[in-house]
Design a binder for this molecule. Structure first.
Ligand SMILES: *Cc1c(COP(=O)(O)O)cnc(C)c1O
Length: 395
């Protein structure tokens, strides 16, 4: 089956990237564990090694199973090329260390994923890279920093944990005007809900650990964009060695077969749950871009096809003690540091994304003590609502 542009994301999630790698009539992609790939013809080996002929040489560089995963996400994001890494952080750090040099400047926002924030504030400055972190939804402030000059503009939308939304098209425009490479972390949205490249970004990346894999059983990361940029990032990643394992690639590929079904369901379920929580007497505020009251709702409506499976909410009793009473009462949610799986996952930023911060720092970042992140699984919505209802009685 050949893939043309008219195919929808659901069909592509199932079929894209696989055909060439199906062996001996197998209907599923093989997990190739071989570390190296042998050649009887030395000249052919040389051609592959020089990148003049497609093929595989050594598992740290490329692998057939990993390649199929890269192809599937590349096609779903409408990109020219893609390369992967062992984790989301593996691909994010590979991108930074490929694209930035001493003396360069990077503009980003305060609400990036915790690990990303750590590289930005703790590691990159040691290499004389200047970091400017803006308030996440202050578009004027971000534009002003970009206009001072920067090599990379790094965005994430929606963000963790208060699900803020950034206008990617608007900021990509100013980024390009001032010569920056624009990168978007699309982990929360997935290619089903949002395609940053179509909004003008140069590179889109994912923690495949989350929604792409969808089953919380494999780590992975991937980045897509123009061939020239991706080849540079691939070259760094093949040398730094943060290679995606073929078994993980297979698990993520299998998860991706149901990506569109899961995301469609999670979009609808999260909206209903956000509406339920908004009207609950013990809940102070709900953060979900699908709610008209959310400050990023209009931007989200323009750039997203669905609002995603993650929401957060703060309790009227704004104490960690209230969270302590509430969380253990949930019966259909893992209290864990993860999101984007088939099971609902719940956790407070104080123990997950913002564990390194003091409560004062969290307050300064607009993260209340009683904030709870709720990643909606694929359970029946009514059951999740009853579960929340009975657990909220404890607060
Ligand atoms: C989890 C996550 C990452 C990091 O991914 P890992 O696979 O855990 O390394 C990056 N960005 C976002 C938005 C995430 O949620």
């Amino acid at each position: 089956m050949s893939h043309n542009k008219n195919l929808k994301a659901g069909t592509l999630s199932v079929w894209a990237g696989e055909e060439e790698y199906l062996m001996q009539g197998a209907t599923q992609v093989p997990v190739v564990h071989s570390v190296s790939f042998g050649y009887k013809d030395v000249d052919e080996w040389l051609q592959v090694a020089l990148g003049k002929k497609p093929g595989h040489i050594y598992g740290r560089n490329t692998n057939p199973t990993v390649h199929v995963f890269e192809e599937k996400i590349r096609i779903l994001e409408g990109a020219e090329a893609a390369t992967s890494a062992a984790t989301g952080m593996g691909i994010i750090s590979s991108a930074f260390f490929t694209l930035l040099s001493p003396g360069d400047r990077i503009v980003s926002v305060k609400d990036t994923y915790g690990g990303t924030n750590k590289i930005l504030v703790e590691f990159l400055p040691r290499f004389q890279i200047e970091i400017a972190l803006c308030d996440t939804t202050d578009h004027e402030a971000i534009e002003a920093e970009v206009m001072k000059g920067c090599q990379v503009l790094y965005l994430e939308s929606p963000t963790n944990p208060t699900v803020k939304v950034i206008d990617i098209e608007r900021l990509a425009k100013v980024g390009h005007k001032f010569g920056a490479i624009v990168i978007v972390d699309n982990t929360f949205a997935t290619p089903i809900n949002q395609n940053p490249l179509q909004l003008g970004a140069d590179l889109v990346l994912h923690s495949a650990t989350k929604f792409l894999g969808g089953h919380a059983d494999a780590l992975g990361g991937v980045i897509c964009g123009e061939k020239e940029l991706i080849e540079q990032i691939y070259h760094f990643r093949e040398i730094n060695g943060a290679t995606l394992h073929p078994t993980a690639a297979y698990l993520i590929l299998r998860g991706m077969k149901t990506l569109h079904l899961r995301i469609d369901w999670q979009n609808r379920s999260a909206l209903k749950i956000a509406q339920f929580l908004s009207s609950h007497p013990t809940v102070e505020q709900v953060f979900y871009p699908g709610l008209a009251a959310h400050e990023g709702h209009e931007i989200a409506r323009r750039q997203m096809r669905g609002f995603g499976g993650v929401l957060s909410f703060m309790l009227k009793e704004n104490t960690f003690d209230a969270v302590r009473r509430f969380l253990p009462r949930l019966r259909h949610a893992h209290a864990a540091a993860n999101l984007g799986a088939v099971e609902t996952i719940v956790g407070p930023p104080a123990t997950t994304s913002h564990v390194e911060c003091t409560s004062e720092e969290r307050a300064a970042m607009g993260i209340p003590e009683s904030l709870i992140r709720y990643s909606v699984g694929i359970e029946n919505t009514e059951d999740l609502i009853s579960d929340l209802e009975q657990a909220l009685r404890a607060v």
